[in-house]
Design a protein around this ligand. Structure first.
Ligand SMILES: Cc1cc2nc3c(=O)[nH]c(=O)nc-3n(C[C@H](O)[C@H](O)[C@H](O)COP(=O)(O)O)c2cc1C
Length: 191
């Protein structure tokens, strides 16, 4: 299935998509750091950069613990990815010397994830975000302290053949489409 943009956006926006079939290709530290560097340059409220990225490469000491914290339905395919990254974010900011709730840490972390995903696309990597993970187990496995929210875990890998997936997942393995513009953008006010 191909993706056709309704307006002439940069190709990278339609090229990026989230497969589940990954090859067993490993990712170099150099490539990973380029992805993290892209995330580092994401914009954030007051430039506070509340995101924290914790990663395990497949086969690393803590990878099995990270993988086990994902929902079983995500483990099935994410186990093959070259790396898993958790996007945490600091839930408070300092105002007048006091810690107050941050109104935008989730959004800021979202911008960082998208920057990483687009950078991955330019390097020939694919990413797949997951909200399906056990928060308590992930926090424990990755030593994420209180005061940081867990937003998403992201699998990064080289795209593989969908025949390597269980049948039900293979059937869904295609770039998705989007809501029509008229459903999401409104001049002046919402109807
Ligand atoms: C915040 C977030 C959470 C997601 N959680 C999961 C997940 O737990 N499992 C999964 O298989 N896909 C998950 N996805 C992938 C989405 O289903 C996918 O991004 C969406 O269908 C759009 O497809 P595309 O990324 O290929 O354009 C998640 C994506 C996002 C952005």
């Amino acid at each position: 299935m191909t993706r056709a943009a309704a307006h002439p956006v940069a190709e990278i926006f339609t090229q990026r998509w989230s497969p589940r079939a990954f090859t067993d290709a490993a990712i170099s530290d150099a490539d990973l750091m380029i992805l993290f560097e892209a995330a580092r340059w994401a914009p954030s409220a007051s430039n506070l950069q509340p995101w924290r990225l914790i990663y395990c490469k497949r086969g690393s000491a803590n990878h099995a613990n990270f993988l086990a914290a994902l929902n079983p339905g995500n483990q099935i395919w994410a186990k093959n990815a070259a790396a898993l990254v958790c996007f945490a974010s600091k839930t408070t900011l300092t105002r007048d010397g006091a810690e107050v709730p941050s109104p935008s840490h989730h959004l800021d972390a979202g911008a960082a994830w998208m920057a990483l995903a687009l950078q991955a696309t330019t390097l020939g990597w694919h990413t797949h975000a997951m909200v399906g993970f056990n928060h308590e187990a992930t926090r424990k496995a990755l030593h994420v302290p209180e005061g940081f929210a867990l937003n998403i875990c992201v699998a990064i890998g080289k795209i593989g053949d969908k025949s390597t997936l269980p049948e039900a997942l293979a059937a869904r393995e295609a770039p998705s489409q989007r809501l029509p513009m008229g459903d999401i953008v409104f001049p002046e006010k919402m109807p």
